[in-house]
Design a protein around this ligand. Structure first.
Ligand code: ZN
Length: 239
């Protein structure tokens, strides 16, 4: 998966693991154990050419908290759904399987972030919180911020019931009623939120990949029902 908006920046490293790399972590596993997943994680990052970097991760809770990697110390478990850094050789990781990995980069201020955004996180404005963090803590100009939206549950497969739909009443254009079913277009909602925050349309790019549709490539919580296999998404800068 590559984003055209990031092509000009060879020091920017980002990606997402595929099914063939194995599950990178069990969502239900104890956060500090699960050796096989650690090994998969290490193998994957090595293949991606990531070395001599500190790896950061979170205990994700479908919330809206953003953490600077500087605040992650020792072996404690940090609860948040987005990581930010302005330092090189730090690799920020999240795990996903239907939730969207969102890659953010401000080439002017040299800041990267990654966010874990499913419908709950999107409703709680996780992405807007990362953008606000760039602006407030690093004086980013929203017009400089580049955003790549990775693979997640597309509108084709994000069918919701009325209770979930209630969270999206502000976005009638992003809701489709078809054959008695209701579908929500989360990428379109994310785009609207970013434009409201002052980002430029040409600085936003979507992979267009649906995790449910892409059975050969990605795990999908919704498709694989009883599975807790996940992909790892990462971003970082080299010197
Ligand atoms: Zn789909």
């Amino acid at each position: 998966m590559e984003f055209d908006i990031f092509k000009k920046y060879p020091n920017l490293k980002y990606g997402i693991s595929k099914k063939r790399h194995g599950s990178l972590k069990k969502i239900t596993a104890d956060f500090n154990s699960a050796d096989i997943f650690r090994r998969n994680e290490k193998d994957f990052l090595t293949r991606e050419g990531i070395k001599d970097s500190k790896i950061y991760e979170l205990k994700q809770v479908h919330g809206n908290k953003v953490l600077n990697s500087e605040n992650i110390t020792g072996n404690a478990t940090f609860v948040a759904d987005a990581l930010v850094t302005n330092a090189p050789n730090k690799v920020l990781t999240i795990t996903v399987a239907d939730c969207y990995p969102i890659y953010l980069f401000d080439p002017t201020r040299k800041i990267v972030a990654i966010a874990h955004a499913g419908w709950r996180g999107i409703t709680k404005d996780i992405l807007c919180n990362v953008i606000d963090y760039f602006v407030l803590k690093f004086s980013s100009d929203p017009q400089d911020i580049l955003v790549g939206i990775g693979p997640g549950l597309g509108k084709c497969h994000f069918e919701v019931k009325e209770d979930v739909l209630d969270n999206f009443t502000a976005y009638p254009e992003e809701i489709e009623h078809k054959n008695g079913k209701i579908f929500v277009d989360l990428p379109a909602i994310l785009e609207k939120k970013m434009l409201e925050r002052g980002l430029k349309r040409e600085n936003i790019e979507f992979s267009g990949l649906c995790t449910y549709c892409e059975n050969g490539k990605f795990f999908s919580r919704r498709r694989d029902k009883n599975s807790d296999e996940v992909m790892m998404a990462y971003i970082g800068m080299t010197v």
